[in-house]
Design a protein around this ligand. Structure first.
Ligand code: ARG
Length: 651
């Protein structure tokens, strides 16, 4: 048990005698912001004071007298208006450290009520190249699954592949009309990717040509409005003058926005018209948009040719994707893509309709929701089912097959509205006991502050990104240790390069966008994987130099000795590993674990500077320090493992 949950458990006993449900109050017991005041702080006397109309200090005194912490805390004090400051008892701390040292799980106990989680992550659209957004989902989802499992839950990972969507119609159309046979023979997936992009280009071209005149007219209208406003005189009326200026400002910004869209459209058009082959294909395929959709529809209706092509393409694409997952060391329990649910979609619609939850609107079958203006469409007018229909079928399947307590969806924040509606419809449908959570994440930005793109303008392809991360790490590894073998350098490059990439992603609060930067990602200083890996290797160096027999130390530990304050601080931090894992799962945020490991490594660096292991002034102190070293290394290794990142004994 970690100190925070132990303290909360003790307070729970007293608080239960005062209020019906102490959960909220217990969450007000937190690590102290400033170690001057102790290790933990309980702020629950304030709201209780309000509730009972008593001075909070009086409540705080009652709490301090009632709570049984003599074995756990060496000090419990009231400060200010009624804060309770708690300092962990050194004997309790040392005893916990000994338990952790002997334990493979580092003293982290398993949850008393294990739950079943389904985690939907990675989930790329097959046949389109995977990009940085998918990698973020992959890393976050993998790490959350690992933490859940470690603390004792059942975590079922499911890669919900987009293997049935409109991109297949586009590729099939491309295959039938624009295939380069020899390229397909040589590198099929690359050729399919090219076909996808080619058809996309033609589609965008036609859409742009159609939209251009409309946008130009709108732009002209806005400009004449601007001219009118500019010639209007406010006749000295200050208020009117202000209003006029405001209108003009708004208008100008609208004009500027539109000008940007216009130039984008023009660029899309020029890309095609400036290329003879593209231009010819564009004019010969004026209905590419509708026709690609028809190919998708034909596939979904079981058309033999399209079905055959899909069956040919899918394994190729999956094999290609598997290479990426292998490089990243990512495994899934299930990979049930959208196609898996195809036969269930009609049932979803009929079931919801029978239960009276659907309404027809302009020929489409919709579910209207109280808190959303637009309904969720589950079947289009032409009979086609949608992404939402598949997701509903998926929830039903997951509930029936695994009886999940929670389903987590690690998906880009741009899909928030989809998930809000999906969860509402699912609850309406009867799945109201399961926790449904959209674990959303922000965009990966380039150095220009815009979504990360390569020079060719594509969102960065994944394999290129991995190559670059590894080759840069290889350079660092070679510079640091020129005497290692080539194979060893490659291994180091993989652990550092891929590890750095994962950590860069995971260490940022998932809710925010973050800027992708190779240098920062692989820096030896700062909150990076490299820094943590380096701290780990540093401990291994100490253990080697002192010729410590860690196995025997773990089996027959000596007393922990806190000679220097940093030894106590490091010890306390080590014992708080489980606390960090609990905190990760509150909002499904792996960056909490990254921060913990970073702070641990920083404390270790202080310890390393201030406390010599080799020249400790007694054998007992030396042993205690070796124990702290060993626990630090194992905690860093264990923590990084839960982030999907490896370590090296030497760097
Ligand atoms: N394939 C989708 C995309 O790439 C993500 C799917 C997420 N999972 C889900 N159950 N909707 O945008």
């Amino acid at each position: 048990m970690n100190p925070l949950s132990e303290i909360r458990a003790r307070f729970s006993t007293v608080l239960s005698g005062m209020v019906d449900d102490p959960v909220n109050l217990l969450s007000m017991i937190r690590p102290a912001g400033d170690s001057k005041f102790g290790d933990y702080q309980a702020n629950c006397a304030m709201p209780l004071g309000k509730q009972f109309g008593k001075p909070p200090r009086e409540i705080a005194t009652e709490l301090c007298e009632g709570v049984q912490v003599t074995d756990l805390c060496q000090k419990i004090e009231i400060a200010g208006p009624g804060f309770i400051n708690l300092t962990i008892d050194n004997d309790w701390l040392k005893c916990s450290l000994t338990t952790a040292l002997k334990d493979d799980r580092l003293g982290v106990t398993k949850v008393s009520e294990p739950k079943t989680f389904v985690i939907d992550y990675s989930s790329p659209n097959v046949a389109k190249p995977m990009h940085v957004g998918h990698v973020r989902s992959t890393f976050i989802g993998d790490s959350i699954s690992k933490v859940l499992r470690f603390v004792g839950h059942t975590a079922i990972s499911d890669n919900h592949l987009g293997d049935w969507g409109t991109q297949f119609g586009m590729i099939i159309y491309g295959y039938k009309h624009f295939l380069n046979e020899s390229a397909y023979q040589a590198a099929p997936v690359a050729e399919l990717g090219r076909l996808y992009k080619y058809v996309r280009k033609l589609m965008d071209y036609h859409a742009a040509v159609k939209r251009l005149p409309e946008l130009e007219t709108m732009q002209d209208e806005l400009k004449s409005k601007q001219a009118v406003l500019e010639s209007t005189e406010s006749q000295g009326d200050k208020k009117a003058d202000k209003q006029l200026k405001k209108q003009l400002r708004q208008l100008k910004s609208k004009i500027a926005d539109q000008a940007e869209s216009l130039s984008e459209l023009k660029a899309q058009i020029a890309e095609v018209t400036n290329d003879a082959v593209l231009a010819k294909d564009a004019s010969e395929h004026p209905n590419v948009n509708q026709n690609a959709q028809l190919e998708t529809a034909a596939l979904h209706e079981g058309d033999a040719t399209n079905q055959g092509l899909w069956e040919e393409f899918l394994p190729l694409c999956r094999e290609d994707m598997q290479k990426i997952y292998d490089r990243l060391d990512i495994k899934f329990d299930y990979e049930l893509g959208e196609s898996f649910y195809h036969n269930e979609l009609a049932n979803v619609v009929s079931d919801l309709t029978e239960k009276g939850f659907t309404k027809e609107s302009e020929g489409a079958v919709c579910v209207f929701l109280d808190n959303h203006n637009a309904p969720m469409i589950i079947q289009k007018r032409d009979g086609a089912f949608l992404y939402s229909t598949t997701d509903l079928a998926t929830i039903k399947y997951r509930m029936e097959k695994w009886n999940a307590d929670a389903c987590l969806y690690v998906v880009d924040h741009r899909q928030s509205e989809h998930f809000e509606k999906l969860f509402d419809v699912a609850r309406l449908w009867g799945f109201d006991e399961v926790e449904l959570a959209h674990v959303a994440f922000g965009t990966v930005m380039g150095p220009d502050g815009k979504p990360y793109k390569t020079r060719s303008g594509d969102t960065v392809g994944l394999s290129g990104l991995l190559d670059e991360a590894e080759s840069r790490a290889l350079e660092i590894a070679t510079n640091q240790n020129s005497d290692l073998t080539e194979d060893r350098h490659r291994e180091i490059a993989n652990v550092i390069g891929i590890g750095g990439l994962k950590y860069a992603d995971l260490s940022h609060n998932r809710a925010s966008d973050y800027e992708f930067n190779y240098e920062k990602m692989l820096a030896l200083r700062g909150n990076t994987a490299t820094y943590l890996q380096y701290s780990y290797a540093r401990v291994q160096g100490i253990l080697r130099r002192t010729e410590a027999d860690v196995e025997s130390i773990r089996q027959n530990p000596g007393d922990f000795i806190f000679e220097n304050d940093v030894e106590r601080q490091l010890g306390l931090k080590l014992i708080r590993f489980g606390e960090a894992l609990d905190e990760v799962l509150v909002e499904y945020k792996p960056n909490v674990l990254c921060n913990y490991l970073f702070e641990l490594s920083q404390l270790f660096a202080q310890f390393f500077d201030q406390c010599s292991v080799k020249d400790a002034n007694s054998e007992d102190l030396k042993k205690s320090r070796l124990q702290l070293c060993d626990l630090t290394a194992r905690t860093i290794r264990g923590g990084l493992e839960l982030l999907g990142i490896g370590v090296l004994d030497k760097m």
